[in-house]
Design a protein around this ligand. Structure first.
Ligand code: ADP
Length: 491
């Protein structure tokens, strides 16, 4: 039970961990893809806008070169029809004055810098002017920002794209594309000046990725996949545990011992049958001969001698069998064994039996290890028998009255395991004979369990005691010597 629960928690923990790690990886992948897409778009936007403003410089330079004399139909007036972003062209011939002071200042600057300069930047209306000082005439272009953007080549749908694009100049903003602004999540930024000294606008783009844009579907699928994989792993573990348990039970010899017993009985019957038949025949013949008058004493004597001989043979068979099944010397195989561990192992093996009978054992195990000298398999066998007996006794009372407790103690140089059940208990007569071989009150019982346990316990230098429990139930105490020299309890 403990192990299954342990596996369940471990599985849950693993599931949480793997799901979290996978989800973080998926989210990071999604974010890095979004960032890459954003940066590509932002670079394209910057390049497109730069190309446009550089074009304005070229248009002005051409205008300055292709000047016509005043009065001749000026070519510059045709520009607005060629370039939609140019709203109008103003020209200042030599000696004339600009209508606007800002244009005059810009022209002076343009002359000094030898390139077009900005005048009257009005981002609120999406307008600015570009002035180029030239001889004999200077020019000023009025620009429409809306038409500066080459929408046909634009990399994003301007109305619905989540990316915000703004042109900035000396504290003024002109929103090229509104994008979507949200709270929380992640933010990608892009800042770069346009690649034209004459129109040094700042291109600012940013993109906010909200929590809702994370790949939740994939994360959910991942969590499901991990859960499926882990639960099959858990099922496999459970299967393995069940198999191990079955193997252990077999090792404990429950099945094997019964089989051997059957074989033993058959062998015994076979070997004893012949001498016993001979004894019977000889004694019957002797009885008959003794009735004759006079009895034939030499024949009778010979028949009786044969009967004795056969009886000896039978005795020898029994002796041989006894030696054959004699247990190896346990005392020579003693080693330190932890009682708590032995109890846990035995309960683990019996988990299915406990569950089937709805019994939850109550454990009283001290935290400090109680280490005794024992032969581990024998110790396991005793515990197994005591617990099985207790379970069989508990079957005779209603499920809600079933109590089983197992405790471990150390005192006076001995380690003690006490198994107590709330079953029907034992009468005085039963208690007196309980350790006798072949004593049983159960229909299918062999009556060998407790006698074997007692033999094993004494063989290890310990003892096994049975007692009645008030008001009802039985208690069995197994005592084994603590490891000499070691403190009574070890940690
Ligand atoms: P078996 O289980 O084959 O009968 P055991 O030697 O294990 O052989 O038990 C002998 C007898 O002792 C049982 O038939 C039963 O009457 C009695 N006994 C053993 N354990 C308990 C117990 N926990 N409660 C009541 N009686 C018990």
């Amino acid at each position: 039970m403990l192990k299954t629960q342990h596996h369940r928690w471990l599985g849950l923990l693993l599931w949480g961990l793997i799901t979290a790690l996978g989800s973080v990886a998926l989210a990071r992948l999604e974010l890095s893809q979004q960032r890459e897409a954003f940066e590509t778009d932002a670079r394209i936007v910057h390049r497109l806008l730069s190309q446009r403003v550089v074009q304005h410089d070229a248009v002005m330079a051409t205008l300055a070169l292709l000047q016509t004399a005043p009065g001749v139909s000026p070519p510059e007036q045709r520009l607005p029809s060629l370039y939609p972003q140019i709203l109008s062209v103003q020209r200042r011939d030599a000696g004339a004055a600009w209508p606007d002071e800002r244009l005059r200042v810009a022209e002076t600057l343009s002359r000094a810098l030898r390139r077009p300069t900005l005048a009257g930047v009005d981002f609120a209306r999406g307008r600015y002017q570009l002035v180029l000082a030239a001889e004999p005439a200077s020019f000023a272009l009025a620009m429409d920002l809306r038409a500066v953007v080459p929408w046909s080549e634009w990399p994003m749908p301007p109305e619905t794209s989540p990316v915000r694009v703004v042109l900035q100049h000396e504290g003024q903003d002109w929103v090229v594309q509104p994008g979507r602004l949200g709270e929380g999540g992640w933010r990608f930024d892009f800042h770069k000046h346009l690649a034209a000294d004459s129109q040094p606008f700042h291109v600012v783009a940013w993109r906010q990725v909200g929590w809702r844009e994370l790949p939740w579907g994939w994360m959910l699928a991942w969590a499901g996949l991990v859960a499926a994989a882990l639960s099959s792993w858990l099922a496999l573990q459970r299967q393995r545990a069940a198999r191990r348990r079955a193997e252990e039970l077999l090792r404990l010899g429950q099945v094997a011992r019964l089989n051997t017993l059957g074989e033993l009985a058959a062998g015994m019957a076979h070997e004893l049958n012949q001498p016993l038949t001979a004894v019977l025949a000889n004694t019957q013949a002797s009885a008959r001969l003794l009735d004759e008058e006079p009895p034939d004493m030499p024949v009778i004597r010979s028949a009786m001698a044969q009967a004795v001989e056969q009886a000896r043979r039978a005795s020898a068979v029994v002796g041989r069998l006894r030696r054959a099944v004699e247990r190896p010397d346990l005392a020579a195989q003693l080693q330190p064994a932890g009682l708590q561990q032995a109890v846990q192992n035995a309960l683990y093996l019996l988990e299915p039996e406990l569950t089937r009978r709805e019994v939850v054992p109550r454990l009283e195990l001290p935290t400090a290890r109680v280490v005794v000298l024992a032969e581990p398999v024998a110790l396991e066998q005793i515990l197994h028998n005591l617990l099985m007996n207790a379970l069989q006794a508990l079957e005779q009372v209603p499920a809600r009255e079933r109590q089983l407790s197992v405790s471990v103690q150390a005192e006076a140089g001995q380690g003690r395991i006490t198994v107590t059940d709330s079953g029907p208990g034992m009468t005085d007569e039963v208690l007196a004979r309980i350790f006798e071989p072949f004593f049983t009150t159960r229909e299918t019982g062999l009556g060998l369990g407790l006698s074997l346990c007692e033999t094993l316990a004494t063989g290890m230098g310990g003892s096994l005691q049975a007692a009645r429990r008030a008001p009802r139930g039985a208690e069995f105490r197994l005592l084994l010597p603590l490891v000499p020299g070691a403190p009574e309890s070890q940690s």
